[in-house]
Design a protein around this ligand. Sequence first.
Ligand code: HEM
Length: 389
Amino acid sequence: MDRAAGCPFDPPPELRSRQEEGPLTRVRLWDGSTPWLVTRYAEQRALLGDRRVSADVTRPGYPSPARISGGSSIGFILMDDPEHARLRRMVTAPFTVRRVEAMRPDVQKIVDDLIDELLAGPKPVDLVEAFALPVPSLVICRLLGVPYDDHEFFQDNSKVVIRRDATPEQRAAAVGRLAAYLDGLVGDKLAAPGDDLLSRLAERVKAGELSRQEAGQMGVLLLIAGHETTANMIALGTLALLEHPDQLDLLRSADDPQLIAGAVEELLRYLHITHNGRRRVALEDIEIAGQVIRAGEGLILANDIGNRDPAAFPDPDRLDLRREARHHVAFGFGVHQCLGQSLARMELQVVYGTLYRRIPTLRLAADLERIPFKHDGSVYGVHELPVTW
Ligand code: HEM
């Protein structure tokens, strides 16, 4: 199911009918398997917070979005505790609210400098290439200790990893190239540590707490998750605001950090870019909403329609920046809830709070019908966003 059939900001209409039918229905996947599709907010949170469900992609019954070949593992996102917790703990420090807030002035400078360049350059311009991708890429590069000069290499390979139509071989090859690249960087940090997260991981490798392969895999996960998601929220968020001028006006004239922070939550809820659902498999029989999910059965928690559940968000299809939306599931829920959420929130607050004020006449330079949407990826967004002012 993709969004091509309806409004580009809404989940597929079929998901809405499923949600009206009931919280859990069966769906048929590409391989003939029939996992449960969970469409209501309450049941999604209950199941994502339930220790009896597993995120381990190698377990039989796991509802894979596509054929996956061996060797394409990208870190702890697809593992269960205690392994997941052991690895996640090693990288949490830079993502705490306090550490993220300390980065805010740097992020503001990155955003201001990129807007200066935009204003000095030719127009129309592709906002994805010129702004949405560079902001989070520069930030995650600094945090990890990855040279930004290599951005074309890692952005191109990340795109292959998250493309739904990539073959397993193409995906494994892209993960392999990224893993080799990160492994090389870990090697450099072992020899000459710096003040960055890869150097902290290299120290753990030296201390025998972590294998070099694990360090490289975590680097791949953080590098991909750290730039692709936020970049799509910047570009798609801008498009959604341009299509909702009253909401854009509200944001542009707001001088209230609370309103900007609330707007970020609402856009995360409304757009929900990780649109392929959280994927899990039941470890035991689980009774929920009058159904029994049997051990070994797959679950797809469609958080995009969960964020549009009228029981959790009244009038859910309306973009309303003043809404209280922070309880959305755009960052997932439970033990795998997004590690980078404070960082993503801060980056988006800086971007949404700066871009439209500094370029108040920002507008689309093409018809909405001509904008290429990412129906082919596991992260939703736009491939290009031509804008002018
Ligand atoms: C708007 C931006 C972002 C969105 C919408 C987003 C969304 C998500 C979601 C839905 C999950 C849960 C996956 C699951 O349950 O299967 C997740 C996990 C994760 N995210 Fe994000 N993310 C964003 C930004 C970031 C950033 C900036 C980083 C920084 C490195 C990051 C790192 C991670 C990691 C490492 C995980 C795995 C956590 C675990 O398995 O314990 N994300 N993200």
